[in-house]
Design a protein around this ligand. Structure first.
Ligand code: 4AD
Ligand code: MG
Length: 430
């Protein structure tokens, strides 16, 4: 007799099975115990009748508390009234450990309390559902890129330079010099694209953003994609295809988790191509007409993004930002050099930016000037300039933030629940 996972129980109907579980709730009538059991893969109700088990087993049962861990042996029965469709008629149980005074009760707790107890909060059905959707999104993105012939490769975390501006760098000592935690693997990915053609990386990225918003974290996971010979238009198409693929498959594969989260699916079902597009200039005009006090030349703030996305029922691209407010590496718009061939993809329902991308400057002189204008240390970019010296080609790419994507697809009001241990402004623990 083998221990099995709750997820696999349907094949064992009518048989005696052994499950390793935690008790997430229980009630008793004095003669019968109803145990709500979970093992990470699913939930099942276990029933123990005093008249069916030995006095010894009954005594063990009376010691059970919420989050106690145990091994149960019983017969798997069909039970139409239970959400799983099954019930376990328990014959025997063996305790691993009795949990005393589990701090997270059924009552409402404040967010700070829950975040302080994140190591336990993760056990809730809701948090586990979010993490399962996160896992599925990662697999889907990898699947998408593999189907599109992109090679998964890795970029460094410890770097000597910045990718996205010097104001949000985390620094650390690297023996006798300073190193910075990567803000994005993009620059290194560009080198890899010149070797492998189409590449992506996926890993943790870091930004010391003194922002306490529902979408900013200090440590978050980003997938950067980069392709040689790809230009602005194809870059947008790739992003659109990726998002449509992920959303469609989440709707298909994660029904139960979306139900547990109470996600309203009607919005997700509208995520079909093509996504509307606005140039930065048009976005500013639209925002002004909606009552924003944004001025031409300002970056879109979180409130502006929220306002703008509420005007559309699909993700929306904002393109052609002024070069002045974007990163140094973006290719100028051939029609007007004041702008760059970039895009932000804003998720609907007020979620805002989930992707940032652009065509990259591939002319060495333009790039060198930009590096100087941005007052970046040119010698640290010598290798990056080399890419424009030896067989330079047009190329483009983008980065998609995992946590913001998870927050949107799960319908959460804050990114703090999208990662097991969030690193937020003023929160490094647990
Ligand atoms: O728009 P960003 O800054 O773009 C880049 O870093 C490019 N180098 C990517 C590339 O072209 N390869 O960041 C990309 C995405 C954002 O759209 C957002 O989803 C996420 O990363 N992101 C954050 N997520 C959570 N907390 C933060 N502080 C984030 N900053 C960016
Ligand atoms: Mg951005």
């Amino acid at each position: 007799m083998k221990n099995i996972l709750i997820e696999d129980i349907p094949k064992h109907l009518g048989k005696e099975i052994v499950l390793n579980v935690w008790v997430y709730n229980f009630r008793s009538s004095g003669k019968i115990y109803f145990l709500q059991l979970r093992d990470g893969t699913g939930h099942i109700q276990g029933v123990i009748s005093k008249s069916d088990v030995s006095p010894n087993t009954w005594q063990v049962c009376e010691k059970l508390t919420i989050e106690s861990s145990l091994q149960v042996t019983g017969i798997l029965k069909e039970e139409k009234r239970s959400p799983s469709g099954f019930e376990l008629e328990i014959k025997d149980l063996k305790i691993f450990q009795i949990a005393e005074d589990y701090p997270i009760a059924k009552k409402e707790h404040g967010v700070d309390f829950l975040l302080d107890h994140r190591h336990l909060w993760l056990r809730s059905e809701r948090q586990a559902s979010i993490l399962k959707i996160r896992d599925e999104i990662i697999w889907l993105m990898r699947d998408f890129f593999r189907k599109n012939k992109f090679i998964l490769t890795d970029t460094p975390i410890l770097t000597p330079t910045s990718c996205e501006g010097t104001t949000t760098l985390f620094s650390t000592d690297y023996f006798d010099e300073k190193a910075y935690l990567s803000q994005s693997g993009q620059l290194y990915l560009e080198a890899l694209a010149m070797s492998l053609g189409r590449v992506y990386d996926f890993g943790p990225t870091f930004r010391a953003e003194k922002s306490k918003t529902r979408r900013h974290m200090m440590e978050f996971w980003m997938l950067d994609a980069e392709a040689a010979f790809m230009q602005h238009e194809d870059n947008l198409k790739l992003q659109e295809d990726l998002v449509v693929f992920v959303v469609n498959n989440i709707l298909k594969n994660k029904k139960e988790e979306l139900r547990i989260l109470g996600r309203d699916l009607k919005f997700l079902k509208k995520v079909t191509p093509p996504f509307p597009r606005l140039k930065y200039k048009e976005a500013i005009e639209k925002l002004k007409s909606l009552g924003s006090d944004i001025k031409y030349g300002d970056d879109l703030g979180a409130d502006d993004e929220t306002r703008l996305t509420k005007e559309f029922d699909k993700p929306v691209f904002v393109t052609h930002y002024p070069a002045k407010i974007k990163a140094f590496y973006m290719q100028p718009d051939p029609d007007n050099k004041e702008f760059v061939l970039c895009d932000d993809l804003l998720a609907p329902e007020g979620y805002g930016e989930i992707i940032g991308g652009s065509e990259r400057i591939w002319d060495i002189n333009i790039l060198e000037n930009r590096i100087k204008e941005h007052k970046l240390p040119i010698k640290d970019f010598a290798w990056y300039l080399d890419l424009r010296r030896y067989g330079s080609v047009p190329h483009s790419g983008f980065g998609i933030g995992l946590e913001r994507t998870v927050a949107w697809l799960c319908g959460l009001d804050h990114v703090r629940e999208t990662i097991p241990f969030p690193r937020l402004l003023n929160r490094l623990r647990p």
